[in-house]
Design a protein around this ligand. Sequence first.
Ligand SMILES: NC(=O)c1ccc[n+]([C@@H]2O[C@H](COP(=O)([O-])OP(=O)(O)OC[C@H]3O[C@@H](n4cnc5c(N)ncnc54)[C@H](OP(=O)(O)O)[C@@H]3O)[C@@H](O)[C@H]2O)c1
Length: 324
Amino acid sequence: MFFLLYPVQSGLWSKYPQNVYNENMGKWAINNKVCLVTGATSGIGLATAKELARDGACVIVVGRSKKESQAVALSIADETNCPKVDYLSADFQSLREVRDLAREFQKRYKRLDVLINNAGVYLKDRQLTQEGLELTFTVNYLAPFLLTDLLLPILKKSAPARIINVSSNSHRGLKIDLDDLMTERAIDHPKTAYGKSKLALLMFTYQLAEKLAGTHVDVNAICPGGVATNIWQCNNDLATKAFRLAVPLLKTPEQAAELIIYLVKSPELEGVSGKFFALQNHLKYIKSDLRKTERQSSPESYDTQIAQELWKASEELCEKYKDF
Ligand SMILES: NC(=O)c1ccc[n+]([C@@H]2O[C@H](COP(=O)([O-])OP(=O)(O)OC[C@H]3O[C@@H](n4cnc5c(N)ncnc54)[C@H](OP(=O)(O)O)[C@@H]3O)[C@@H](O)[C@H]2O)c1
């Protein structure tokens, strides 16, 4: 146990990947790749981090609390027998904590091959962060927008690299209202705020893919379908209550993680960027052919003008609230 604990606590393994990577790595062998997974303390993120560790990747578990992230990193290292599991923490309600996370990561690591923006919430009611930003928008969209931006230099330096944004089919039927990004006017609040945050994440994915053309950093978005995780515990609206009844039938986090792992590992996806991949069915009994999961997202998600304006507004928000 000491062997597993020591590297995680000391950050020793953070020096490991940069020593061995350049000389020995194949193009997309996952072994020793440096992978940062947000929201890795439960559900789909935890299942993804575990699978990556099992494959011999160097995994950085990112969670909201330091204590929980550390405990999860230790249990993954223990269970998978992979010593290269590290942890960092940041509450995504705070853009300052997102900045600290990016800074701390770059202090410890000299490369980043895979960034998985998975952390997300589905709230019970409209809530604000301390500085007055709508919470769902901040955690599900603005935080990954900022984190990705701050990590882009290291991703480009490590290319070929991959970014995977965990979005959702709940973006469908919604539009970004640039005058109401904090969804003050939205009807059916938690559901709309959640769907819009996932739409924003999708539009960001498509814009970023264009900006990254030629850099060998690919960025794609996914929807894992309906998955039995904690996310369904927070909300009490009628649709969520109904969905909760079906939880025992829903896909497991491990099944959902398979799609992320497919996007991380598949050599044939090198150069595939700006796409949306979705598991269509929700039931754990139905197996999906991962090679057939690429989908069109909603027509609204391809609106480049709105996407560009959203990007600009997001940059302004990140600048305005950078110290909070
Ligand atoms: N489950 C589904 O059916 C489904 C469907 C479509 C999309 N998704 C998406 O899949 C992703 C993973 O969700 P999940 O289903 O696996 O749910 P989950 O088990 O609730 O996991 C969510 C993760 O995000 C973290 N998180 C929440 N708020 C945070 C904050 N303020 N700062 C930092 N981290 C925070 C959670 O940390 P804590 O443990 O500290 O709360 C947890 O690790 C989400 O983006 C979700 O929107 C899920």
